[in-house]
Design a protein around this ligand. Structure first.
Ligand SMILES: Cc1cc2nc3c(=O)[nH]c(=O)nc-3n(C[C@H](O)[C@H](O)[C@H](O)COP(=O)(O)O)c2cc1C
Length: 283
């Protein structure tokens, strides 16, 4: 099947930042068991330690994180991680790119465009846990279109835009991504949320902010996919609370062409395999 210009063996991917291919290879002997490809953790120009602790909290039906994009940075990503992924991942490697300015994104995309280990590029314009760039770009249709246009000019590889539902109108942002030349939109990133320290009245997270994922956001993701499906022609990859074959089928019925599994993988690393085979039996 083809999704956003990318050939996939089946419609199940991991959600960015929720599966460690290197650890998986070490522990299970496979980098991306059951997944049709591998979506990397978002890479930024410089290495980042992420936000100060605490940066994880539990909720009744999901996970709250304020991780803040910890990653090895562009240089180590290109020279160490990407060659490893190229060698060990089954299927395409989709590189998630983040930044704090248009220039940050474009420089990384130019480097990825020349790297044979990168099959497609996912623009993270939706991370709620950093103060500038990412989500602030993805909250504005004009800025989104400008970024996607610049990214499109920098690469001929399949280009996805990962969107947030914590905006006034996700369909408008998806239209901007399509107008800029994106091949697919990924809906959705975590939903802005936090936990409060009663003594101070401030967020309990070390970096402030925070994003909700898991079962709690499944209906939000479904709503986003329906709204975006009505607004754009390009493919949608549905993300948000997928934990079963039925959850995946719902997102596909709403108009997604593929799904990505995130938080549920923390509890059950074999889940992607079961969802992929369940889908092939159900469809
Ligand atoms: C711990 C954690 C780290 C994440 N890191 C990223 C990231 O680096 N880039 C990104 O685009 N999304 C990131 N996400 C968001 C997920 O890719 C996904 O969009 C979100 O968690 C919703 O899916 P889920 O409910 O299946 O987890 C992260 C989510 C979690 C829980």
């Amino acid at each position: 099947m083809r999704v956003g210009g990318l050939e996939l063996a089946h419609p199940v991917l991991n959600a960015s930042g929720t599966w460690d291919a290197e650890q998986s290879h070490r522990l299970f002997g496979e980098a991306n068991p059951g997944l049709a490809g591998f979506v990397t953790k978002t890479v930024t120009p410089e290495p980042r330690a992420g936000n100060p602790a605490p940066r994880i909290a539990t909720t009744a039906s999901g996970l709250l994180n304020s991780i803040g994009l910890p990653n090895v940075g562009r240089t180590a990503f290109l020279t160490d991680l990407l060659p490893f992924l190229q060698q060990h991942v089954h299927g395409p490697v989709i590189c998630s790119v983040g930044g704090f300015s248009l220039h940050d994104y474009v420089e990384t995309i130019v480097a990825l465009d020349g790297h044979p280990g990168c099959s497609a590029i996912e623009l993270n314009v939706s991370c709620p846990n950093v103060e500038t760039g990412c989500a602030s770009i993805g909250a504005d249709a004009d800025e989104t279109e400008r970024l996607v246009l610049a990214a499109r000019a920098a690469t001929a590889k399949p280009l996805f835009a990962k969107l947030s539902a914590s905006v006034s109108d996700i369909a408008e942002i998806a239209q901007a991504a399509e107008a800029g030349g994106a091949d697919a939109v990924v809906c959705i990133n975590t939903v802005k949320a936090t936990v409060v320290d009663r003594a101070t009245g401030a967020s309990r997270f070390g970096g402030g902010g925070g994003g909700l994922s898991g079962p709690a956001i499944r209906p939000v993701a479904l709503h986003a996919v329906l709204a975006v499906r009505a607004a754009v022609e390009i493919d949608i990859i549905g993300v948000g609370g997928v934990g079963s074959v039925d959850d995946a089928l719902d997102l596909l019925a709403a108009g997604a062409s593929a799904v990505a599994v995130g938080t549920a993988l923390f509890r059950d690393p074999t889940l992607a395999q079961r969802i992929a085979s369940g889908l092939s039996r159900a469809r």
